[in-house]
Design a protein around this ligand. Structure first.
Ligand SMILES: O=C(O)CCC(=O)CC(=O)O
Length: 262
C-alpha cells in the first residue's frame, strides 16, 4: 500500500476512484483502520477520488510515541494532502475522525470544501473513561486489546445488528485486535484531551452531522449541540449504534453523497 513519509514515520493511505474528480478524505474511528470504510467505496468512488488513510497509531501507519493530540492528527492529514498535491478536499470522519474534521475545519478552513461529522462530539467522554482504558491497554498489551472486544461491539453496533450480521462485525473487531496497544493508548489520549465546544462557531464549511439513534458514546444530543453552533449544519440520524457507516451501510453512503454533491 502507498504511504507518505512524515517526519517520524510513514502514513499509510489508499487513493481510489477516477483521477480528476474532487477528493474525499475518509478518517477512521478509534481502534479501526481505513478498511472501516470498505462498504462506502463503491458508491463514493462514483463521484469522488477517495483518499482514506490509517490514522497514526492504527493499521499500517506509524506508531510513534504517545500521547498524541488531535492537532497532531490533523497536521498529519494536511501533510498527506500536501504530499499528494491536493489543495482542498471534502472530509468525512467518524468519532475520532470527526474530531480531526472539526480541528481541520477550525484551523485550516481553506483546505476543507465540505465536512461530514459522523458519530462524534465536540468533546467525547471524560478522563475517568479514558485514563483507565489507557492504563489497561498499556499494561495488558495485545491481550488487553483482544479483551476490549465485547465492550466495543456493544458500543459500536446494536445487539440486533451484531447478532444478525457477523460478516460485517467480525472484520471491524478484527481491526481492533490488530491495533497496536501503544497506538491505541496514544489516540485515546488525543480524544480525551480534545474539546471544541467553544470553537464550533468558527466552522464555516457546509457541514452534515450524522448520528446513530442507538449510539451510546456520541449521542444525537451531542450531534444537536454541534448543529446548533455550526451555521447551517444539517443533521441526519440512522438506526445504528456508534459505527453508523457500517450498520446503516448503503443508506449512510447515499445520504452522505447527497450532501457532498449538493
Ligand atoms: O470511536 C472513537 O473514535 C472514539 C470513541 C470511543 O470511545 C470508541 C469506542 O467505543 O471504543
Amino acid at each position: 500500500m502507498p504511504a507518505v513519509r512524515l517526519a517520524d514515520g510513514d502514513l499509510n493511505y489508499l487513493l481510489e476512484g477516477p483521477a480528476g474528480k474532487p477528493v474525499l478524505v475518509l478518517s477512521n474511528s478509534l481502534g479501526t483502520d481505513l478498511h472501516m470504510w470498505d462498504a462506502q467505496i463503491p458508491a463514493f468512488t462514483q463521484h469522488f477520488q477517495v483518499l482514506r488513510y490509517d490514522t497514526r497509531g492504527h493499521g499500517k501507519s506509524l506508531v510513534s510515541e504517545g500521547p498524541y493530540s488531535i492537532a497532531q492528527l490533523g497536521a498529519d492529514v494536511l501533510a498527506l494532502l500536501d504530499a499528494l498535491d491536493i489543495e482542498k478536499a471534502y472530509f468525512c470522519g467518524l468519532s475520532m475522525g470527526g474530531l480531526i474534521g472539526q480541528w481541520l475545519a477550525i484551523n485550516a478552513p481553506a483546505r476543507i470544501e465540505r465536512l461530514v461529522l459522523c458519530n462524534t462530539a465536540a468533546k467525547i467522554g471524560a478522563p475517568e473513561v479514558w485514563n483507565p482504558r489507557i492504563d489497561t491497554v498499556l499494561s495488558g498489551g495485545a491481550q488487553a486489546m483482544r479483551d476490549l472486544r465485547d465492550a466495543s461491539i456493544s458500543r459500536w453496533f446494536t445487539p440486533e445488528f451484531a447478532e444478525a450480521e457477523p460478516a460485517k462485525v467480525e472484520p471491524i473487531v478484527g481491526m481492533l485486535a490488530q491495533t497496536s496497544p501503544e497506538g491505541y493508548a496514544a489516540n485515546c489520549a488525543a480524544v480525551r484531551d480534545a474539546d471544541y465546544r467553544e470553537q464550533l462557531g468558527g466552522i464555516s464549511a457546509p457541514t452534515l452531522i450524522v448520528c446513530g439513534s442507538g449510539d451510546p458514546v456520541t449521542t444525537t444530543e451531542h450531534g444537536r449541540f454541534m448543529q446548533e453552533r455550526i451555521a447551517g449544519a444539517e443533521l441526519v440520524e440512522f438506526q445504528a449504534a456508534h459505527l453508523s457507516n457500517v450498520q446503516a451501510g448503503d443508506a449512510f453512503s447515499q445520504r452522505v453523497l447527497a450532501f457532498l454533491t449538493a
